[in-house]
Design a protein around this ligand. Structure first.
Ligand SMILES: C[S@@+](CC[C@H](N)C(=O)[O-])C[C@H]1O[C@@H](n2cnc3c(N)ncnc32)[C@H](O)[C@@H]1O
Length: 202
């Protein structure tokens, strides 16, 4: 068993990160369509950006003023910076990092359950990362209602993976202070329950 950051650092070296970009693309597209709808312009932070593929994609949207990626894995961040010298990338633990300026959209795909206390991370993001009226949108595939994900912690040998049902994640958003909370599942297929997406406005 190893920490999430160490496991994903290996993935950045052995090329498995590229598989994540492919597997997550449909959910991320759905999340971005939702979070950017109706905005004239926006700044964007990808929390747990991996190799930076979402930052690179969003930065080509003419309405995107600024896109930043942050990830705890140095290998991921070095890879992101090498491919994309234009946007800003930070190597930090999300729990202890705050952005240089608060953003309109904080987006995160397949990251928030790697924390001992995801409720504290959501509160920290609410307080220190988002402008008033801005949005947090989170997508995860590892959660109670998605039974095929239940073996992942053992399969991937990762020390910290927290399993909660949808209603608990909604509670975390509410107690952090988020309003207008929306939630849905994207990509349901047979016993695969899809990506659980939760979003709220500060
Ligand atoms: C499943 S990957 C998802 C990466 C990216 N969002 C994507 O969709 O390709 C999870 C990412 O979260 C990062 N991560 C895990 N725990 C972290 C922490 N405490 N602080 C910062 N990043 C963390 C890992 O390094 C990894 O890049």
């Amino acid at each position: 068993m190893d920490s999430p950051i160490n496991v994903f650092s290996d993935w950045a070296l052995n090329g498995k990160d590229e598989g994540m970009a492919k597997d997550h693309s449909s959910s991320v597209k759905n999340m971005i369509e939702y979070s950017t709808k109706g905005l004239a312009e926006f700044s964007f932070i990808d929390a747990g950006c991996g190799n930076g593929w979402t930052v690179r994609n969003i930065s080509s949207n003419p309405k995107c003023k600024k896109a930043i990626g942050v990830d705890g894995s140095l290998n991921m961040i070095e890879k992101a910076k090498k491919i994309d010298p234009k946007n800003q990338y930070f190597c930090n633990d999300l729990m202890s990092w705050s952005p240089p300026a608060k953003a309109d959209i904080v987006h995160s795909m397949e990251v928030f359950y790697y924390f001992e206390k995801p409720d504290l991370l959501i509160k920290h993001v609410y307080e220190s990362w988002i402008v008033s009226g801005g949005r947090l949108i989170m997508g995860i595939d590892f959660y109670k209602e998605n039974t095929p994900s239940h073996t992942w912690q053992e399969d991937c040998c990762i020390t910290t993976m927290k399993m909660f049902p949808q209603k608990e994640w909604i509670k975390f958003f509410k107690s952090a202070g988020f309003k207008k909370i929306d939630t849905w599942f994207h990509g349901k297929d047979g016993n695969w329950n899809g990506t659980l997406i939760v979003s709220g406005i500060k």
